[in-house]
Design a protein. Sequence first.
Length: 558
Amino acid sequence: MKNLDKMKYIYLLFLGIFFISCNDDFLVREPLDNPSDEQFLSNQIELELAVTGVYNSLWYHPPEVGSPWILTFEHASDNSWDRNTSGLQALGRGDGTPDNIFTVGAWTALYRGIGRANYVISKSSHLKEEIPADDYNRLIAEVKFLRAYFYSYLIDLYGDVPLLIERTSLENSQMPRTPVSEIVDFLLAELDEIVRHLPSNVNMKDRVTSGAVLALKSRIALHHERWNEAISAAEQLINEESYVLHDNFGELFMYAGENSQEIIFSIQYLEGQQTHPLAQNYYSRMALGHSNKKPSQSLVDSYESVDGLSIDESHIYDPRDPFANRDPRLSYSVVLPNTEFIGYIFNTNPDSTEVWSFRSDPPVRIENTEATNAYSSFTGYLWRKYADPLDKDDRSRSELNIIAFRYAEVLLNYAEAKIEQGDIDQSVYDAINQVRGRISVKMPPISNGKSQDEMRSIVRKERKYELAGEGHRYFDIRRWRIAHDVMQGPLYGRVPTGYLSEAPIIDEFGSPDYSNVSNADEMRVVEMRRFNQDRDYLWPIPPLELETNRMLHQNPNY
């Protein structure tokens, strides 16, 4: 759904009304090219324009990375790697510093969005009596949702941060960090307050709905161990039976799936407004992409076989044909060797000097530059999610929407919160099995009778399989406090000219250990990583913020 055209129309309409209303009084010194701060937000059209400005904060693309920001986190997790020499790459390998451009940029962008939201909320109260109550309440509810969304990232990344809920003057800019628990209390209460003012239209993906509020509430509550509230929000959304899982998992992340009833809220892109370069970043070199964001060997090895067992336990797993009989979500999410991608067979094996091209009819054999290009995939894999072939002719300006919330996440939020609460009933199995049983996936259902530890293992692995590449993994390994285990040591790519001789040992959370593999030393070491558990679970506060706000203090060990 591309309703950004409507935003453009509102903007032009506003400018037209503004210029028509100007008179010839030369003593009026208000700006002629834009409304002044005193004049702005004087009617419904201006309020809608200002709300659009808050939505525009969702379009943040981090410096040096360029991709939509909610996806970039994946590449600093154990699932993926960013080849660009950047602040994001430094975070992934454990070299984060207070002046890291990625962490500084995120702080600035998130507070910019919050500042826009606070401006709208503070400046619009006089309109309550001038525009229809339903319209006013809906618009303010959208802004408060977006403010809560930005804060959810701030507290997950930086911990305690200043809670700003109104416009702040320079005189009042000195303020301490608010404890995370207080911010979570505020966010959950505000989400409860605004949900009744928003539509429940499941076909609306570009504007905030009541479903988006419940999805955000379930995520915030889950991330901060408010199990009851996470359960309540997710359960309410599940019981409404408004959203359903999309049959075709792979299609969900392509143009064909943009209006799926699984998608609750997505960040909209449109040529002439805002685009992104995901196709350029994700495509193979053969397809004229940069292949600079790529999945790790550990992610590939974590997916189960189709019998529901990890590859070190499954009798149908064959190391000589390692991608056969695997959870279908692996091939929907990752471009595997010897599979077709954007019209070519993808293979970085240096012995594969020629590959098939399907860009002609009949297909022809052509030189495989993927095997010789110095900047082809360093891991031997590529991301298939969000790499739509329809972008092949304009790879740097994709209009593909980015999913912020989808129903599968809500189901897994619900299951995890119930498990951690110790309330493992049939609804928990049903939620997980819905995700596993998607028509295009059809993984074996989880059988009843599991212990809490077993179910914790199952739901954490399920999040890894289902949500890979979508930016969740970075936060999951931190809130589960396993980042210091999975982010230590080498980040591996595939054996360049073959496969692993044996399956690695897969732990209870789906992470591989290669110590038993006889040819593990043949895997490509892409990067050596480290994770300081006394420091790296939080990002540093930007130095400029500490200099200008003397009441702030830095996170430990930076």
